[in-house]
Design a protein. Structure first.
Length: 162
C-alpha cells in the first residue's frame, strides 16, 4: 500500500466525491429517461430536451475533472479515480447522443411505416438488411477476407427473388 498524503488529498477527495455523485446522478437519470421513452411516458421532444440538459451537466463535470486533474498535489489513487470519471463522462456523453439518434430513427421509421404500404415496407427492410451486410463486409480485416476466400466454395451469394 502506498502512503497517503493526507492534506493534499482532502480537497481532491472532496472534488472526487462531488464529481462522482454528479456522474452517478447523470447516469441514473439517463437510464430512467431511456426506460420512460421506451415505454412512451416521455415525448421525443422532451426526451431530447432532457438529454441536452444532461450533456450540459456532463460538460461542466468534465471541465471540473480536467481542472482537478491538472493539480500537482493529488495522490495516485485520486488521479486514477479522476481518470475513471473522465472515461465515465465520455461514455455517458456518447450514450446520450447514441440514444437520441436511436429514438429519432425509431420515430422516423414508425412514421414512414404509416406512410407506405406493407409491401414497400418489406422491400425497405430487405434493403436495410443488405446495407447492413455490406457494412459488415467493408469492415472486415484483411485476415477475414483471406479466410473467406479460402473457405468459400466458389458459390455466389444468394440472389433475391423478384
Amino acid at each position: 500500500m502506498l502512503p497517503s498524503v493526507q492534506g493534499d488529498d482532502e480537497s481532491g477527495l472532496r472534488h472526487l466525491s462531488h464529481l462522482s455523485h454528479t456522474t452517478n446522478t447523470v447516469e441514473r437519470r439517463l437510464l430512467q429517461l431511456i426506460k420512460q421513452r421506451a415505454g412512451g411516458a416521455v415525448s421525443l421532444e422532451d426526451f431530447i430536451g432532457e438529454l441536452s440538459g444532461l450533456r450540459g451537466d456532463l460538460g461542466l463535470c468534465y471541465r471540473q475533472i480536467a481542472e482537478t486533474s491538472g493539480r500537482r498535489d493529488l495522490s495516485f489513487s485520486v488521479i486514477v479515480a479522476l481518470d475513471e470519471l473522465d472515461q465515465c463522462c465520455q461514455w455517458l456523453y456518447r450514450k446520450t447522443h447514441l440514444e437520441q439518434a436511436f429514438f429519432e430513427k425509431l420515430h422516423l421509421e414508425q412514421r414512414l411505416r404509416t406512410l407506405i404500404s406493407p409491401e414497400a415496407d418489406e422491400v425497405y427492410q430487405e434493403l436495410l438488411n443488405i446495407e447492413e451486410r455490406e457494412r459488415e463486409f467493408v469492415g472486415k480485416e484483411a485476415s477475414d477476407i483471406k479466410r473467406l476466400m479460402l473457405t468459400e466454395n466458389g458459390s455466389s451469394p444468394p440472389v433475391l427473388e423478384d
